[in-house]
Design a protein around this ligand. Structure first.
Ligand SMILES: Nc1ncnc2c1ncn2[C@@H]1O[C@H](COP(=O)(O)OP(=O)(O)O)[C@@H](O)[C@H]1O
Ligand SMILES: CC(=O)N[C@@H](CCC(=O)OP(=O)(O)O)C(=O)O
Length: 266
């Protein structure tokens, strides 16, 4: 069985027309599929309106108790249920989930090193059997950026990391392709120029571009997760514009493909 993990970012979710267009493309995407969503932009806006200011370090949110309540309401509630309802309207039998539902994703609170991220989860375990049961029943899991520690604590977990871990764990049994969809044409040399796409990126180019600050903020966890997934057995990883999802599915040139290490080819 082939499985596609498709992640959609907060900058698309925040624009209803863009989200609708993306969900339509997702509904046309062939084969077994799982949707993972963030919603960082809306969580920041919602928090600000309540006087809880967002604080990000390298694209990851510092999550105190109030912030955890906000992200739970926004990701697991508003965004997840809106996406599920829209997919149902597209005749896609979607099931919205956090990592706590069906014990889908167990994580541990990130240990404090240089930075205290607060209630942020590092993923430990994925319930592959549950995903397989749902996919076998033609149900499409729609997974948000909230996990749990199985001791009653919810934890905020970067949605790119969730997509990567679901892909990695499923790749032990299935051929898995991972698509990171966001609002830009791919990894760009000049963020303001949509034509400056890096079509193929390896870890050396990544390190260089990060040093030069060409790659920064949310692109850092996205690429860290993309390389981790490839190294752990995921077949193909793509980063690109949400509206190019079906082109990417057909293998047509668009966006950025993550290059496997040469030694992995043999
Ligand atoms: N070289 C780069 N090319 C494209 N985007 C970049 C680059 N470096 C940093 N970024 C930033 O990373 C963001 C994507 O990360 P993030 O906001 O976490 O994505 P998502 O929309 O999936 O939530 C882009 O909106 C952009 O501002
Ligand atoms: C710990 C952490 O950073 N969690 C993320 C989860 C949401 C997310 O990843 O949303 P995007 O995909 O829209 O960026 C956050 O709260 O921003």
């Amino acid at each position: 069985m082939n499985v596609s993990i498709i992640k959609i970012g907060g900058n698309v979710i925040d624009f209803p027309e863009k989200l609708d267009e993306f969900l339509y493309l997702f509904s046309r995407f062939p084969g077994k599929k799982i949707l993972v969503h963030g919603g960082g932009v809306l969580a920041s806006k919602f928090g600000e309106s309540l006087g809880v200011m967002p604080e990000m370090v390298d694209g990851r949110r510092i999550t105190d108790k109030d912030t955890l309540d906000i992200v739970t309401m926004v990701y697991a509630g508003l965004i997840n249920k809106q996406i599920v309802a829209k997919l149902q309207a597209l005749k896609q039998n979607a099931l919205g989930m956090t990592g706590a539902d069906g014990n889908l994703i167990r994580s541990v609170k990130r240990p404090v090193k240089n930075i205290d991220y607060g209630f942020v989860g590092d993923i430990q375990e994925v319930n592959v059997g549950l995903l397989q049961t749902l996919l076998d029943a033609d149900i499409i899991p729609v997974v948000c950026a909230i996990t749990h520690d199985k001791k009653g604590q919810l934890l905020n977990t970067n949605a790119d990391g969730i997509a990567s871990e679901l892909a990695t764990n499923l790749s032990k049994k299935f051929k898995v392709n991972l698509y990171f969809c966001f609002n830009k044409a791919g990894v760009l040399i000049d963020e303001k120029n949509e034509n400056s796409i890096v079509p193929l990126i390896n870890e050396e180019i990544y390190a260089e571009l990060k040093k030069e600050n060409v790659i920064h903020s949310g692109m850092i966890p996205k690429l860290d997760n993309a390389f981790a997934a490839l190294q752990k057995g995921v077949n193909h990883v793509w980063i690109g514009k949400a509206e190019n999802l079906l082109l990417a599915a057909k293998g047509k040139l668009s966006g950025t493909t993550i290059e496997r290490h040469k030694y992995d080819l043999y």
